[in-house]
Design a protein around this ligand. Structure first.
Ligand code: OGA
Ligand code: NI
Length: 361
């Protein structure tokens, strides 16, 4: 029997087949349980793509004087963008990539010592959204929520885990600052200021109003990538997600008019996704981007997702300024906790569950 776990940050249960964690490296052919077809995921076969236009999410230089508007525009049209000159030291990005690589290279038995517990959030396990799909995903993950010390101790002997804890702590601190900066740049582009959102104080340098988790992902090389899925299509339940990907393509974002677009890895840059809570906060102006990860036959891929949102009990509702004077807010107010509970049941339909339908009645 697989163990059922709940991932607080995406809010869905996780299957963790303790006894038969696949040994990805030894497989020559895709097992049936990993072979995806259209009926496993309506979005899988990506409705016939319109002719490639070469369009992609923008790369935004945070030092550019017009950065706020560019970010606002990207949040409205794509729900995603890449950033350069973000101020996160390259050594830190290399550090977190090295840590992620060494974690997933550990023998399966060792990784399972830090398996997510029945009730816990953090630790090692397969893709969190697995329970919503009939087929398995070609990936493994490790979630860090709070201090990773306990889990890292189980994975690495002696002092090594302490260095790794330092890297995680430093990475999270830098990401917190960056995420808050990005949120305010995006909001300012809509004319929203601190007076409009009392819970997200710009002055609170400790960012006590926010919380986060880190999701480390590994997509091993795959014998038949066209029929496999690294991580199925989903939106994040965050305000913002900041994703670091190693130099291997795999992340794709969906646009109704363009289909699936592969986000090219740009060394040193970071990908930013608008999450469901930001969509709610902006009364639907910013798009929470549908995205997924594909795999390939020659290179394994690593990614580190920084999942960022408000404190659990903060009520998030559309900023009044962004609601038309004659209309009503598109969404009712929710806390992150409430939203995650909805997502755990309704998955990709969660947003529509909290939508106000008054106008149509
Ligand atoms: C995630 C995610 C994409 C990737 O962890 O939520 O979307 O490229 N990851 O790993
Ligand atoms: Ni995601």
């Amino acid at each position: 029997m697989p163990t059922m776990l709940t991932d607080v940050f995406r809010g869905h249960p996780i299957h963790l087949p303790h006894s038969h964690q696949p040994d990805f490296t030894s497989l020559r052919e895709l097992p049936d349980s990993y072979t995806w077809t259209l009926k496993d995921d309506l979005l899988f076969a990506a409705a016939p793509s319109p002719p490639a236009t070469g369009e992609n999410i923008p790369l935004i230089d945070l030092n550019h004087p017009d950065a706020a508007n560019q970010i606002g525009c990207a949040c409205r049209t794509w729900g995603a963008f890449q950033i350069a000159n973000h101020g996160v030291p390259l050594e830190l990005l290399q550090g977190i990539e090295f840590l992620t690589g060494s974690l997933f290279r550990l023998p399966v038995q060792r990784k399972l010592k830090a398996a997510r517990s029945e009730t816990g959030v953090s630790g090692y396990g397969v893709a969190r959204i697995s329970s919503f799909f009939n087929k398995q995903m070609w990936s493994e993950g490790f979630t860090i929520a709070g201090s990773p010390l306990n889990d890292f101790r189980k994975l690495w002997p002696k002092q090594l885990h302490l260095n790794y804890c330092d890297i995680v702590e430093e990475y999270e601190e830098q990401m917190q600052k960056l995420a808050s900066k990005l949120m305010w740049l995006a909001l300012n582009s809509l004319g929203v200021t601190e007076d409009d959102i009392k819970w997200a104080s710009v002055d609170d340098s400790d960012l006590n109003w926010a919380q986060s988790a880190l999701q480390l992902n590994h997509y091993p090389v795959c014998p038949q990538p066209d029929r496999a899925m690294g991580l199925a299509a989903h939106t994040d339940s965050t305000l913002l997600t900041i994703l670091y990907q190693n130099n291997t393509a795999g992340l794709q974002v969906f646009r109704d008019d363009l289909g699936w677009i592969t986000v090219p890895p740009i060394p040193g840059s970071l990908v930013v996704n608008v999450g469901d809570l930001f969509h709610i906060l902006t009364n639907g102006l910013f798009k929470s981007v549908l995205h997924r990860a594909r795999v390939n036959q020659t290179r394994s891929r690593l990614s580190v997702a920084f999942l960022w949102g408000p404190q659990s009990d903060t009520k998030i509702s559309p900023v009044p300024k962004l609601v038309s004077p004659v209309g009503s807010p598109l969404y009712r107010s929710v806390t992150w906790t409430e939203y995650l509970r909805t997502k755990a049941v309704h998955f990709n339909k969660a947003l529509s569950m909290i939508r106000n339908h008054k106008e149509e009645e």
